[in-house]
Design a protein around this ligand. Structure first.
Ligand code: FES
Length: 653
């Protein structure tokens, strides 16, 4: 029998018995404490650090803790300790395995913060024609002269009275509730029919309300819009982090994580349960139950789409990135393990190609470049950058390998958008002094006492702004190099010998050390923005245009970035600041439109076939365009909107 040991996690004080050999991070998760991970437990992100207490420190917790009660340091930990990134007594919780009683302290920056998920939709108007309808029936009871089964008589009644097709079928699980529904109100019942061809629910009496759920399943976050299918109104919204984050921050890590036996199923279950939790929160808010959700529409990138369906994703990690299925699909919620009405259908919008998934199709539906003569560049910045360029005559798309830097990952002090994350940064060009704003605090750091701030790290928008501000202040040159020779008390070399700029001093943080932007962080942002810009450039060249007429930014990141600063570092082609708009969660909005109108699903299918996909990794000219775009703002292209100086800022900006 496997030996178990008592383990206690501080400061929460969570305690439990855990089998020998369990990684500390897994043990914490089992006890209800989530520890950060951006690398999916591959010992490369350094975000899961914990401190193992020795006996004298742990005495008051009644546990014989010791550094000898965990497995030896792995190579990655040894390297991190040599470079000073891992302190004495500290361990990577994804690597250290339990070999005895332990008390483990989890520092603030290793705890997963409560997510601030910005998955609000723009709510573009759309006509109402949902797939699900309700019919009220008063069924004549069976008699000696009419002894046919309840369903047979009801079937005929529905076809005769409401003109439904005689091919109408019934979901076998829903059928189990027919007898009771008939008995409860003596033959008066409400029947829910999907697509005019399948009965999915029987309810006693007259039940008017039908609810549907539109889900935007992103690599990092999930958003849900609960819609009233009679009025088309969004009645509540909910959002959360994608629980698959524990298997890696980006798509390639997720693909790699599906390899061990049973892991794909575990990842599928995790996301299905997360959708169920969103359904529960959203329905609870309007006094309904998850069982009242009669249809779900999901949009996702191709990898998330496949994992939700439990499909093998390995082919998505290698050229030509071929999916198992591209066209739209309807699957029973119970088959996916999504706890809504078990006989409800889950509709997945079609995939365009490789990494350009149904979420991109949905974003196009919401932004509607295909309905206008204006040449629109739609940029959806998530963990991957997805681009669509076009108008009513032609649409081109591409997927850019931006990496997760724009979401704060693989950044020395990067973190997701959560309470305590610095989201805005300003650098005085003359004094090089810094002020910043953190999520959860309405005032800037210079209006607060250091102890009131408790910053925990930098989220993506802050990293981008910091690079733009340092560039404007002359502390970064156009190649992205930090000017180490400039006299500035915030510029210094860290223990690795790398130059860095201090954004927040230790006394302003909750992590007990300075929060800095390193030279490597600047490089990560340069690479991300270069991928996005080079992708845009190649699409423009393919289209035969010099620049777009308008730029539309979709996604949570697009909603929070400072457009002027984004343009100042050359994130996208300059078509005039007045022609750049952010439309929020366009993918979620497209999912809502498909939920409310079946014709939109047809339109999605035709768009997915019509959009010409450009594979950037093999496209001629991409490397040159990429290299030119790594410069700030660009080696050749001009950005007139930022050349006359940035717009004056209000005192609160
Ligand atoms: S180093 Fe442990 S999760 Fe990344």
């Amino acid at each position: 029998m496997t030996e178990h040991f008592t383990i206690c996690f501080l400061p929460a004080g969570l305690r439990g018995e855990v089998p020998r050999g369990t990684p500390l991070r897994e043990a914490a998760s089992a006890l209800g404490l989530e520890i950060e991970s951006l690398c999916g437990g591959r010992a490369s992100c350094c975000r899961c650090r914990v401190r193992v207490l020795e006996a004298e420190e742990a005495a008051e917790h009644g546990t014989q803790s010791s550094g000898a009660h965990v497995s030896p340091l792995c190579d990655a930990e040894l390297r991190a300790r040599t470079s000073g990134r891992l302190g004495i007594q500290e361990r990577f919780s994804c690597q250290a395995r339990i070999e005895g009683e332990l008390v483990v302290f989890v520092p603030e920056d290793s705890r997963v913060g409560r997510p601030i998920v910005r998955k609000r939709a723009g709510e573009r108007a759309c006509a109402l024609a949902p797939a699900v309808h309700k019919y009220f029936v008063e069924l004549v009871p069976a008699s000696v002269g009419e002894p046919r089964g309840d369903w047979d008589r009801l079937h005929d009644e529905l076809c005769t009275r409401f003109g439904l097709d005689v091919a109408l079928t019934v979901d076998p699980v829903a059928l189990r509730s027919l007898a009771e529904a008939l008995r409860t109100e003596r033959g008066r019942l409400t029947v829910t029919v999907w697509q005019g061809r399948e009965v999915i629910r029987f309810e006693p009496g007259f039940r008017e309300r039908a609810l549907g759920l539109a889900i935007d399943l992103g690599t990092t976050t999930l958003g849900a819009l609960l819609c009233d299918l009679d009025s088309g109104e969004v009645v509540s919204q909910s959002s959360a982090h994608n629980p698959q984050i524990r298997w890696g921050a980006d798509i390639m890590n997720r693909i790699a994580s599906t390899k061990p036996p049973g892991q794909l199923a575990a990842m599928q279950r995790a996301v299905a349960e997360a959708i169920g939790e969103l359904a529960r929160d959203a329905t609870l808010a309007v006094g309904a139950r998850p069982e009242d959700v009669v249809e779900v529409v999901v949009v996702a990138n191709t990898v998330m789409h496949h994992i939700l369906l439990g499909l093998d994703v390995h082919s998505l990690g290698v050229v030509p990135f071929c999916p198992t299925i591209s066209r739209s699909l309807d699957v029973k919620a119970r088959e996916l393990g999504i706890p809504v009405l078990p006989s409800a259908n889950v509709h997945l919008l079609p995939i365009e190609a490789g990494f350009v998934g149904a979420d991109n199709v949905a974003a196009v539906l919401a932004a509607a470049p295909h309905e206008s003569d204006t040449l629109t560049l739609l940029i959806d910045i998530g963990t991957n950058g997805e681009l669509v360029l076009g108008n009513r005559h032609r649409l081109l798309s591409a997927s850019c390998p931006t990496g997760p830097a724009l979401e704060g990952a693989n950044i020395r002090f990067g973190m997701r958008a959560a309470r305590g994350a610095i989201e805005k940064v300003r650098v005085d060009p003359a004094t090089h002094e810094v002020r910043f704003r953190t999520i959860g605090l309405p005032r800037w750091s210079d209006r607060l006492q250091p102890g009131e701030i408790s910053a925990r790290g930098l989220c993506g928008s802050a990293v981008l702004e910091a690079v733009a501000e340092l560039f404007r202040a002359g502390l970064i040159d156009s190649t992205g190099r930090l000017y180490s020779e400039r006299p500035c008390r915030r510029l210094r070399q860290n223990v690795d010998g790398m130059w860095e700029f201090v954004i927040a001093w230790a006394e302003q943080t909750a992590i007990g050390e300075d929060i800095t932007l390193t030279q490597a962080d600047v490089r990560a942002i340069q690479l991300a923005k270069a991928a996005l810009y080079a992708g845009s450039r190649l699409l423009l060249d393919r289209f035969g245009a010099e620049r777009p007429d308008r730029v539309v930014l979709a996604g949570a990141f697009g909603s929070v970035i400072d457009l002027e600063r984004a343009l100042a570092i050359g994130l996208f082609p300059d078509c005039g600041l007045g022609n750049v708009t952010a439309i929020g969660n366009a993918a979620g909005d497209g999912a809502r439109m498909a939920l409310l109108n079946v014709a939109v699903r047809e339109e999605a299918g035709s768009l997915a076939r019509r959009i010409e996909y450009l594979e950037l990794s093999t496209a001629r000219g991409f490397n040159d365009a990429f290299v030119a775009a790594t410069q700030l703002p660009h080696a050749e292209d001009r950005f007139p909107s930022t050349e006359t100086g940035w717009a004056p800022r209000a005192a609160t900006d």
